[in-house]
Design a binder for this molecule. Structure first.
Ligand SMILES: [Zn+2]
Length: 507
């Protein structure tokens, strides 16, 4: 049953702009590096950075006679990504060569997949709602996902030389091609964000945007109604954006640019004509890199050095099993199982490690909601302040569970809990050990609290007099004195109740 509010492409919003109206059409292509131990077709280590040209071999340098062999993990992670993005997998698939010239492309061609991609026809649900709202989902169709390899990296020293680092040459990539289902810059950024979240969840990529592990190209044009006619502007492809902000700003700029261009020349869409653009972040504008008037002939041929791949039932079953619980499903479950708010659920599931950390704390504690509050308010604050990862903290989910359980049993006050938390962080000791070592156990023995209450009342006759005159606010003040006298160890609820009771008896 799906009770969610889903919008589809049929409901593309229409914007007015002076005497014309327009709709925005965006499709995305995302290149994503896979987190395998080795490169796609050789056994060189797949890792970012390092001394240039130290992780290379005859295969990824494209030396004559070197034979590429696709790694199992490369193909498997591609299939896992496909299942996670709702795709079907082609059990029979093959590699092809795409020819073009570029200095960082050693072989003069790139190994990719042309007519039989590994994955086809997927779906990504993007959430248009704010973090504190119930999900409002929109479906974005994925046309295909294919395997390919990354190229080297050029480094230009202005006015001097250009260097090429081939450490990236042959790094395994998948290219995710969406249908043009997005209708705003925000939706395009959300698509990239959602795909990144899912692929990080399944461990297919570390998704590091600064290191270029994920790059997005956006194809954008407008459907314009003016003078009683309908027009479509030529498509612009904005290349290689590696931040959500860049996608939002570049697409927004390009919409304004295409509108202005349409007003001046009424250019209409023709198949095969496409502008390739870059996004100049500093200038805040898109820049034309080249205009393709006809389809570029990449002279695709079947890669003769790699046999077609036939994926068996076992391979596919294993890939499917590796997907696990995806972020959206986890959010639904957290909401239902732990009764958390949308905002809390969204924060806790934004990262798989955090979600699993919280869940272990919740399962070991008597009050999952309280455990969520401790993780969200205290644990995350420490993570943010210190810039450390969850795994680097001295405390684990068991510590939070122990703390929550001590609070629920009433053996410590919430003020003492903060102190216990701090001590756990510093020493790594469990809550029970800290409480015992500091003699903190809260006093819930009514006899002992009564004794303190009697002492406090007899030491403050003026307060009793005030109470007799009808000043009920002395109850709070006297309770405060009881807490002080017990060094914060009295159960506050019991203290308040007993103060009230004694005053009533003597009043
Ligand atoms: Zn190599």
């Amino acid at each position: 049953m799906n009770t969610r509010d889903e919008t589809t492409v049929a409901e593309r919003p229409v914007h007015a702009d002076g005497d014309l109206s327009y709709e925005v059409i965006i499709g995305c292509e995302i290149h994503c590096e896979l987190k395998t131990a080795t490169k796609a077709f050789c056994s060189c280590e797949n890792r970012y950075g390092g001394m240039p040209n130290t992780r290379v071999c005859p295969v990824c340098l494209g030396l004559p006679g070197a034979m590429p062999i696709p790694g199992r993990e490369y193909v498997e992670l591609g299939a896992v990504a496909g299942y996670a993005l709702g795709c079907g997998i082609n059990a029979y698939t093959k590699f092809d060569r795409k020819h073009y010239f570029y200095p960082d492309l050693v072989k003069g061609y790139q190994i990719t997949q042309y007519d039989i991609p590994l994955c086809h026809d997927g779906v990504v649900m993007i959430n248009l709602a704010a973090a504190d709202e119930a999900p409002r989902l929109k479906k974005v169709r994925v046309e295909r996902i294919h395997l390919e390899e990354d190229v080297g990296k050029s480094l230009h020293v202005e006015g001097a030389h250009s260097y090429i680092d081939f450490n990236r040459s042959g790094v395994p990539l998948i290219e995710i091609v969406s249908r043009p289902d997005m209708s705003s810059p925000e939706e395009a950024a959300l698509f990239m964000q959602t795909v990144r979240e899912i692929l990080r969840y399944i461990g297919a990529t570390d998704g590091n945007l600064e290191e270029g592990a994920m790059r997005c190209d956006a194809n954008l044009n407008l459907r314009i109604r003016a003078e009683g006619k309908e027009w479509r502007t030529p498509i612009s492809e904005i290349k290689n954006m590696n931040s959500f902000k860049a996608i939002r700003e570049a697409c927004a700029y390009e919409i304004r640019r295409q509108l202005a261009e349409f007003r001046s020349d009424r250019q209409n869409y023709t198949a095969g004509f496409k502008r390739t653009m870059g996004w100049d972040e500093a200038a805040g504008e898109t820049v034309v890199q080249r205009t393709k008037n006809s389809f570029i002939d990449y002279r695709f041929v079947v890669e003769p050095d790699i046999r077609p791949i036939v994926l068996g039932e076992d391979f596919l079953a294993e890939a499917r099993a590796r997907v696990g619980e995806l972020p959206a499903a986890k959010r639904d479950r957290f909401r239902a199982e732990y009764g958390l708010s949308d905002f809390d659920v969204n924060t806790l599931t934004a990262d798989r490690e955090l979600a699993e950390w919280f869940e272990r704390a919740a399962k070991a504690s008597s009050d999952p909601k309280k455990a969520a509050n401790w993780v969200l308010a205290e644990v995350l604050a420490v993570v943010n302040e210190t810039g450390s990862a969850l795994g680097e903290l001295k405390i684990g989910p068991g510590h939070i569970a122990g703390l929550v359980n001590a609070l629920s049993k009433g053996s410590i006050t919430s003020k003492q809990a903060k102190e216990v938390f701090q001590a756990m962080l510093e020493t790594g000791d469990q809550a029970e050990a800290v409480i015992a070592a500091r003699g903190m156990s809260q006093v819930s023995d009514s006899g002992e609290i009564s004794r303190i209450v009697d002492e406090v009342i007899s030491e403050n006759p003026a307060a009793l007099e005030d109470f007799r005159k009808g000043k009920t606010n002395v109850v709070g003040w006297l309770t405060g004195q009881v807490m002080k006298k017990s060094k914060g160890r009295a159960n506050p609820a019991m203290a308040a109740e007993l103060v009230q009771k004694r005053l009533a008896e003597r009043g």
